[in-house]
Ligand binder design. Structure first.
Ligand SMILES: Cc1cn([C@@H]2O[C@H](COP(=O)(O)OP(=O)(O)OP(=O)(O)O)[C@@H](O)[C@H]2O)c(=O)[nH]c1=O
Length: 613
C-alpha cells in the first residue's frame, strides 16, 4: 500500500537511496517508495568547525553523499537516475557534533555526555534531481533538515556498559538507537521520531510535494497549513516525463510554485471570481517594495548591530540610542519582527538567528553591504525601470544625475569607501554560496586555478580549503587587489591564494588549468561576454576547465524567481542578463568548450563546468 500520493507519483522515476543505513531503507520502503540502494562512497570528513551550525554540516554531508552517487552512476552508465536521496544524521549537544562512535570507549564518552540532558538530533536530507543532456549531467539540489529534541534519563555506569556491550551503539549517531534498546534511555522526545531513527519522513513528503507540485489555491483553505497536499495536487508530475529543455518540462514545475491566477486560468469550466481567485497574491506583490525598504532602513540604521551589542532593548531604548522618533522606531521594529528578523518578548527586541547570521554589518556571512548597495544603487535605477524597458538603455543620468561613460566605475569605484563597500558586498554574497560552488564538482584533478575578477578571494579561499593541492590566483583590477588584503583569512588556505593585478579585457591572463568566472558574465552585454570567453579560450590549454558561477534560469525562462529578478537587475544596471544552461552551452561551445555540466546548488549561485576541447 502506498502511504502518500507523492510516493505513488514517484513510481515511474528511477529513485536511488544513497545510503547504507538499514533504518533509512526500512523507513522509505515502508512508506511505499520504490528505490535502489547505492551506498555513497563520500568520506564523511568535512571540517565541522567551518560550519555555522550543526545542521549546516549535516545538510552538506547529505548533499555530498548524494552527489557522489549521482556522478558515479552517470559516469558508469552515462545515465544518472532521476532522483538521488542522501541523508546524514548527527547528534548535537552543547556545541558538539556526535556521529557514529568509532569504538566502545567512544560510545561510552558520547552516552555519558548525553546522560540526564536534552540534545538535538538533526538529519540533513538532500534530494538531487538529475537530467542527462548531450552526455552532460545537470544536477538540481534541494536540501532541508529536521530537528528533534531528545532527553535522556540519568544513566548509571552499569546501565551504560550493559547497553554498550549489547553492540547496538556502534553504527548509530550519538551511540544509541531510539528504535531498539536505546529507547529505554529516553525520557522525552519532542519532534519527529523517524528523524531520530535516521530519516525525517514527514518533512520529506512535504518537500517532495513542494518540489513536484504545489497545492492549488482552491485546495488551500481545506488544508491545514504545512500539511501534505491531497492526491489531485500532484497530477502534473506524470506529465513531466520526457519533457526536455525549452518544453516547459518538469524541472520548471519543480522549482517554483505556480502563480495562483495562472493555475486557475487553465481551468476551462469555471470563470475566475473574487472568491475563487482572491486578490491576496496581488496585494502581496504591491507590498514587496515596502518589505525591501523596511529591511534597507533597519540595516542603514544598524538596528541589528545595536541589538546584538545591547539587546534585548525596548522601543524607547532603541529610539533613544539611534536618535529617532519612538513611534516610527516601534513600527519599524514590529515590521522586522513580523518579517522574522527580530524576536519580540516582554524583555524587548532581539535578533533572530537569520538576522544574526546575515544582517550584522561585520558578521562572517554578512549581507549588510549588499543590502546597502541595493538601497543606494539598485533602488534609484529600479525607479526608472519603465524607461530602461522602453529605451533599452541604462538610466544612469536619471538615476544618478550623471551621464558618466562608465557608470560601473561611477557606482562602485568613486572613492575608497564606496569601493570597500562594494568589495564587502561581493565578499558576503560570494561567501554564502562558496562551499556549495566549490563542492558542486570534483575539482581535485586541477592543480592551478585563476579566478578572473575574483575580488576579495572569497571563492578562492574556499576552493583552497576544499582542495589543499590547488593554487588559486585572483586576477582583478589593481584598485581591488590593493584592498583585498583586508579579507585574508587566518587559516593555511591563505598560503594557496595569490593576487595578480590586471584587466581581463586587456591584459595577458595568468596561466591556469582551471579558469573561473564567478558572477562576471551576467555583468556584461553579449559582445563583451564573447570577447572575454574568446580571451579565456585562447589562454586555456586543451583539457583545461572553465567554471562559471551564476544563477541559472530554467529553460522556459519563467523561473526560478530569484534568478529572474537578478536578471532584471542586471538589465537595469548594465543592460546585461542571466542565462539558462542551454544558453551557456551555446556560448561555451562557440568558444571551444565541451562537456558542459551544471549543478543547481540550491544556494544563491549555481555552477557550470566545461572542458577546453
Ligand atoms: C540517533 C540514531 C541514529 N541511528 C542511525 O545512525 C546512523 C547515522 O549515521 P549516518 O552517517 O547518517 O548514516 P550511515 O548509517 O553511515 O549510512 P549512510 O547514509 O550510508 O552514510 C544512521 O544509520 C541512523 O539510522 C539510529 O539507527 N537510531 C538512532 O536513534
Amino acid at each position: 500500500m502506498v502511504l502518500y500520493p507523492v510516493m505513488r507519483k514517484l513510481l515511474d522515476k528511477r529513485v536511488v537511496l544513497a545510503s547504507a543505513s538499514p533504518r533509512r531503507q526500512e523507513i522509505l520502503s515502508h512508506a511505499g517508495l520504490r528505490f535502489t540502494v547505492v551506498p555513497s562512497k563520500f568520506k564523511e570528513n568535512l571540517s565541522k568547525a567551518s560550519f555555522p551550525t550543526p545542521y549546516a554540516y549535516a545538510m552538506e554531508t547529505a548533499k555530498q553523499k548524494a552527489l557522489e552517487v549521482a556522478r558515479r552512476m552517470h559516469q558508469k552508465d552515462l545515465r544518472a537516475p532521476d532522483i538521488v536521496i542522501g541523508a546524514d544524521t548527527i547528534v548535537a549537544l552543547e556545541g558538539l557534533i556526535l556521529e557514529k562512535p568509532v569504538d566502545k570507549t567512544d560510545a561510552y564518552s558520547m552516552l555519558s555526555r548525553l546522560s540526564g540532558k536534552e540534545h538535538s538530533v538533526f538529519t540533513g536530507v538532500a534530494i538531487v534531481q538529475c537530467s542527462s543532456q548531450g552526455g552532460g549531467l545537470d544536477l538540481d539540489v534541494s536540501e532541508f533538515y529536521e530537528e528533534t529534541r531528545v532527553r535522556f534519563s540519568q544513566l548509571s555506569e552499569e546501565l551504560l556498559w550493559e547497553y554498550i556491550h549489547s553492540g547496538e551503539p556502534l553504527d548509530k549517531a550519538g551511540g544509541y538507537g531510539i528504535q531498539a534498546l536505546g529507547g529505554m534511555l529516553v525520557e522525552a522526545i519532542h519532534g519527529d521520531f523517524h528523524n531520530v531513527v535516521g530519516f525525517p519522513l514527514n518533512r520529506f513528503c512535504k518537500k517532495l510535494a513542494e518540489l513536484y507540485h504545489p497545492p492549488r489555491p482552491e485546495d488551500r483553505p481545506r488544508e491545514k497549513q504545512d500539511s501534505i497536499p491531497a492526491v489531485d495536487t500532484f497530477d502534473r508530475l506524470g506529465d513531466s516525463k520526457g519533457a526536455g529543455p525549452g518544453q516547459g518540462g518538469a524541472r520548471g514545475d519543480r522549482r517554483r510554485p505556480q502563480a495562483p491566477g495562472r493555475e486557475h486560468a487553465k481551468d476551462a469550466d469555471s470563470k475566475p471570481s473574487v472568491e475563487s481567485v482572491p486578490p491576496t497574491a496581488v496585494l502581496e506583490l504591491i507590498d514587496g517594495y515596502k518589505v525591501s525598504k523596511a529591511l534597507f532602513t533597519a540595516c542603514k540604521m544598524k538596528l541589528f548591530d545595536l541589538l546584538r551589542d545591547e539587546g534585548p532593548l525596548s522601543t524607547a531604548d532603541v529610539a533613544r540610542k539611534i536618535g529617532a522618533s519612538e513611534g516610527g522606531t516601534g513600527q519599524l521594529l514590529d515590521v522586522c519582527a513580523g518579517l522574522g528578523l527580530l524576536d519580540k518578548t516582554e524583555g524587548g527586541y532581539s535578533n533572530t538567528p537569520l538576522a544574526t547570521l546575515y544582517l550584522l554589518s561585520d558578521g562572517e556571512y554578512s549581507l549588510h553591504s549588499l543590502i546597502m548597495i541595493h538601497e543606494e544603487f539598485s533602488w534609484p535605477f529600479f525607479s526608472y525601470l519603465d524607461f530602461a524597458v522602453r529605451e533599452g538603455t541604462v538610466q544612469t543620468q536619471r538615476a544618478l544625475g550623471t551621464a558618466g561613460e562608465d557608470h560601473y566605475q561611477e557606482c562602485f569605484y568613486k572613492n575608497r569607501e564606496k569601493k570597500l563597500q562594494f568589495m564587502r558586498a561581493m565578499h558576503g554574497h560570494t561567501k554564502v554560496a562558496a562551499r556549495h560552488v566549490a563542492t558542486a564538482f570534483d575539482l581535485s584533478g586541477f592543480t592551478s586555478a585563476c579566478d578572473l575578477g575574483g575580488s576579495t578571494g572569497a571563492l578562492a579561499y574556499e576552493l583552497a580549503r576544499q582542495y589543499p593541492g590547488l593554487k588559486v590566483t585572483i586576477f582583478d583590477l589593481p584598485e581591488v587587489i590593493e584592498d583585498a588584503v583586508f579579507f585574508k583569512p587566518h587559516g593555511p588556505e591563505a598560503g594557496q591564494v595569490s593576487f595578480v593585478p590586471g584587466d581581463f579585457f586587456r591584459d595577458t591572463l595568468p596561466e591556469a588549468d582551471l579558469y573561473i568566472l564567478s558572477k562576471i558574465l551576467h555583468n556584461w552585454p553579449d559582445d563583451k561576454v564573447h570577447q572575454l570567453l574568446s580571451r579565456i579560450s585562447r589562454s586555456c590549454k586543451p583539457g583545461g576547465g572553465l567554471l562559471l558561477v551564476e544563477m541559472l534560469l530554467d529553460e522556459d525562462k519563467c523561473r526560478p524567481l530569484p534568478a529572474l529578478l537578478k536578471s532584471l537587475t542586471m538589465m537595469v544596471l548594465f543592460q546585461a542578463r542571466e542565462r539558462s544552461l542551454s544558453e551557456y552551452h551555446i556560448l561555451l561551445q562557440a568558444h571551444g568548450f565541451t562537456d558542459v555540466r551544471a549543478v543547481r546548488t540550491g544556494s544563491i549561485a549555481d555552477a557550470v563546468l566545461a572542458t577546453r576541447a
